[in-house]
Write a protein that binds this ligand. Structure first.
Ligand SMILES: NC(=O)c1ccc[n+]([C@@H]2O[C@H](COP(=O)([O-])OP(=O)(O)OC[C@H]3O[C@@H](n4cnc5c(N)ncnc54)[C@H](O)[C@@H]3O)[C@@H](O)[C@H]2O)c1
Length: 290
């Protein structure tokens, strides 16, 4: 789909880090942007920095009533074309150091928050009948074994949800893009802490000074997201260096596939359920764009 002055995007967590970079890329193309987040003050400051046609909305993505009210407000003002589910927290703690409350907190924000956005906004986008896109920010930690298994569970959940959602929306005018960032400059390391955690040190996680010594800039991520929307791409993988690492994972999965010939009837059922064009279509579009 095209991005320009006629586009309106909602970016959750648009006041900081990656969300700010995405909002910036929309603003630079003349689009209208609504940035949503937790703090009115931070949102106002970000809107001021962004310039352009930016408005703000205070929203906790866990709050379903808040989503309903925001949807009402957005459609009272013409609706939106792009929903960017980006807000999230990054608590990179090993499972055995994570309490049940901390698991609930992280899954509630990073995974359920994404569903809340889709469920509250996409039915209205479908009713408008014009082209639209859902972008959700996952993480390379959802595709590769990175520090923080609880975070990985949430982000792998976002990826599975979004891929399957793309099949469910296949015959509609709404497409799906999954953003898979590596390390990007942001406030995530100094962000919200889960219940029971009083200091920013992440137990068991790699030292943040090491992780954040040379992050990608959010602006670059924003530009990649816009290109992906314009190409109707299913994925944005931000870091070139993830290519060989992803290949190793896919090879490991491929090696686990039995080499025997499957029973024909069973295989036909499996293909019927699983053989969907979302991957082929994306490859074709990416090759066209290259
Ligand atoms: N920065 C990285 O290295 C990196 C890497 C991979 C994925 N991510 C993902 O990118 C997304 C953006 O994070 P970032 O790195 O820009 O961090 P950030 O802390 O700079 O921005 C996150 C934003 O989300 C908001 N937020 C947090 N909880 C919220 C809630 N419950 N409701 C509404 N807003 C909420 C924060 O207030 C903030 O504005 C997250 O989903 C994160 O998991 C970040």
């Amino acid at each position: 789909m095209k991005i320009g002055p006629e586009t309106t995007a909602l970016v959750t967590g648009g006041d900081s880090g990656i969300g700010f970079g995405i909002a910036q890329a929309f603003v630079q193309r003349g689009a209208r942007v609504v940035i949503a987040g937790l703090s009115e003050e931070a949102l106002a400051e970000a809107a001021n920095q962004l310039g352009g046609r930016v408005s703000t909305a205070v929203l906790d993505i866990r709050d379903r009533e808040g989503w309903a009210q925001l949807a009402e407000r957005l459609w009272a003002d013409g609706g939106i074309d792009v929903l960017v589910n980006n807000a999230g927290v990054g608590y990179l703690t090993p499972a055995l150091e994570t309490s049940f409350e901390q698991w609930d907190w992280l899954i509630d924000i990073d995974l359920t928050g994404t569903f809340n956005g889709v469920r509250s906004i996409v039915p209205r986008m479908l009713r408008t009948g014009s082209p639209g896109r859902i972008v959700s920010t996952a993480s390379i930690g959802g595709l590769l074994a990175a520090p923080g298994s609880v975070y990985a569970a949430a982000k792998a959940g976002v990826i599975g949800f979004m891929e399957a959602l793309q099949t469910e929306l296949w015959d509609t005018q709404i497409g799906v893009t999954i953003l898979v960032p590596g390390i990007v400059r942001s406030n995530i390391a100094n962000g919200l802490l889960p219940p029971g955690e009083s200091q920013g040190v992440q137990p068991g996680g790699a030292g943040l000074d090491v992780l954040y010594q040379e992050p990608m800039e959010p602006k670059e991520v924003g530009e990649r997201v816009i290109r992906a929307i314009q190409n109707d791409a299913l994925y944005v993988v931000t870091h070139a260096e993830h290519g060989p690492l992803l290949q190793r994972r896919f090879d490991a999965i491929r090696r686990a596939v039995p080499l025997e010939t499957p029973p024909e009837a069973r295989a036909a059922v499996e293909r019927m359920v699983l053989e969907h064009p979302i991957y082929d279509a994306v490859r074709a579009r990416i090759e066209e764009g290259e």
